[in-house]
Design a protein around this ligand. Structure first.
Ligand code: AMP
Ligand code: ZN
Length: 498
């Protein structure tokens, strides 16, 4: 298990030569130093989308969080194996194991086959994550329906170990056989207190305990399910929780380093994953549980697929917001703090992001005009910088402070352009904002501004020099209407595409 410390912030190098990393652990509810199971390697599983609808920007927060986490670990020298599951069966509309399968329901709603909606929404999910710099090729995306045998094998193990029982509508996990049930998020303490409430909403009197959960559900003939499989207990489909245990252990081993998801998964889904995995293997399932807080609406309400109150990334793009400005917006909040959505907030992020890219492009321009010897940053700066940045980002993935750090570096007048650029490039590696790439693109575009626009800007500058503000303003407007802006810098005005 991880070494527990109460320092809560990175200090010296660990014996492996790596800088220490601290994460808030949902298991211990303290900040702990991260120690990987295998030196230099990390296995990470992130609960993925249920593909019965488009993902919304709240869901995307959990993948940006996981992606930034992987980047942080890579920046610290770890090799990361990352898995995000695709739920294409068995996620029911109610956490109490009743209600319809969201996938079957989605197919009916759209008058399509389950296969078709799975293909369509999985592709839409991939398109979304690619546009926010989450590299698909670095991640394994297993589908639940392609791992039915693994799920059945796990349930068989639970039967062997005396943790499962069969009733008329399916196979269930008996939580009374797992002493530590509800360890995550203090659910254990509230379970007994809530037994009364649970039993009031409970509709299946055959269950031994209200919180027992389905491992396998039998198909009912009237449901006319498209997706069902034979099993030793009857034809049906797996429960939602078992897929995450089966697939995470298949790809990452029986005990692995990090498991993430949104905070809504703590009370039920993740406690169930722990119970069924540990009951089957007798080993600790996961060392570090990390959860992102919600994207909420101004009313405080959670953005949710099921309540149709959600905003898609596409809507932001249609409003002229760069997907990476959306990522920037997400990272201005710490992952454990709720963030409130509004178009105004996104527009402000768009402006800040643009400004950042422009500032970097200006340094780039200036730097390339300076002498060759200044092209590369100096070693002492790199070491000092790395230590400074690690103190920020290795402290439970502090992205808001990292963004503030970028602005601070940009303002620091005593560093060379090359040093500033190398510092920002390192931060950008972790934040994944595409700052350097976009700044380079902007530099190219600056060089390609059409001659007539350049002429207008020169005329405007001449008018300014003789205090002819009316003409200067008029020309500036014309330049802007053509899609360009004039950025005033220490080296004089610079013309660039807006
Ligand atoms: P789902 O497709 O509903 O299973 O959710 C996929 C992931 O998004 C899970 O990790 C959820 O916890 C997370 N999630 C759902 N709604 C939100 C939200 N409004 N804000 C942040 N994360 C969310
Ligand atoms: Zn899961």
């Amino acid at each position: 298990m991880a070494v527990k410390t109460d320092r809560g912030e990175p200090s010296e190098k660990s014996p492996s030569g790596r800088l220490p990393i601290f994460f808030w652990s949902a298991l211990s509810e303290t900040k702990e130093e991260f120690v990987s199971i295998k030196d230099g390697e990390v296995g990470m599983y992130d609960c993925g989308p249920t593909v019965y609808n488009y993902v919304h920007i709240g869901n995307l927060r959990s993948y940006v969080f996981a992606d930034t986490l992987r980047r942080l670990l890579e920046w610290n020298g770890y090799r990361v194996k990352q898995v995000i599951n695709i739920t294409d069966v068995g996620h029911l509309t109610s956490d109490a194991d009743i209600g319809a399968d969201k996938l079957e329901e989605g197919a009916r709603r759209e008058n399509k086959s389950v296969k078709d909606i799975v293909a369509m929404y999985t592709q839409a999910f991939f398109d979304d994550i690619e546009s926010i710099n989450i590299p698909r090729e670095k991640i394994i995306f297993p589908k639940a329906t392609e791992h039915i045998n693994e799920q059945i094998a796990l349930i068989e193990k639970l039967f062997e170990n005396g943790h499962a029982y069969k009733i008329s509508d399916g196979v269930y996990f008996d939580i009374s056989t797992f002493l530590d049930y509800g360890r995550l998020g203090g659910v254990k303490q509230t379970l007994e207190k809530n037994a009364d409430t649970n039993s009031r909403i409970e509709v299946n009197p055959e269950k031994h305990h209200p919180s027992d959960f389905a491992l396998w559900k039998f198909s009912k003939p009237e449901d006319r399910r498209e997706q069902e499989w034979p099993s030793p207990w009857g034809v049906g489909f797996p429960g939602w929780h078992i897929e995450c245990s089966a697939m995470s252990m298949k790809y990452l081993g029986e005990t692995f380093d990090i498991h993430t998801g949104g905070i809504d998964h703590i009370p039920i889904h993740h406690n169930n994953e722990i119970a069924q995995s540990e009951a089957a293997t007798g080993k600790p399932f996961v060392h570090f549980w990390l959860h992102n807080a919600f994207v909420s609406l101004i009313s405080g309400e959670k953005m949710a697929k099921s309540s149709e109150n959600f905003i898609r990334l596409r809507e932001l793009i249609e409003r002229g917001i760069n997907p990476l400005a959306f990522r920037y917006w997400l990272l201005t909040a710490h992952y454990r703090s709720q963030i409130e959505f509004s178009f105004e907030a996104l527009e402000a992020a768009e402006n800040a992001y643009k400004k950042l890219v422009r500032s970097i492009a200006l340094i780039n321009l200036k730097n390339s005009e300076e002498s060759e010897s200044k092209e590369y940053s100096e070693r002492p700066f790199e070491d000092k910088f790395k230590a400074q940045f690690a103190k920020i980002i290795n402290n439970d993935l502090n992205t808001p402070e990292s963004i503030a750090f970028i602005w601070q570096i940009l303002k620091s007048s005593n560093e060379s352009g090359a040093n500033v650029l190398s510092g920002i490039a390192q931060i950008d590696e972790v934040l994944g904002l595409g700052l350097m790439a976009n700044a380079e693109l902007l530099v190219k575009n600056i060089a390609a501004v059409p001659e007539d626009i350049k002429k207008k800007a020169e005329k405007r500058e001449a008018a300014r020099k003789i205090n002819d503000w009316t003409t200067a303003d008029l020309l500036r407007k014309e330049v802007e209407n053509a899609g360009f802006i004039i950025e005033d810098s220490a080296e004089g005005p610079i013309l660039m595409p807006n």
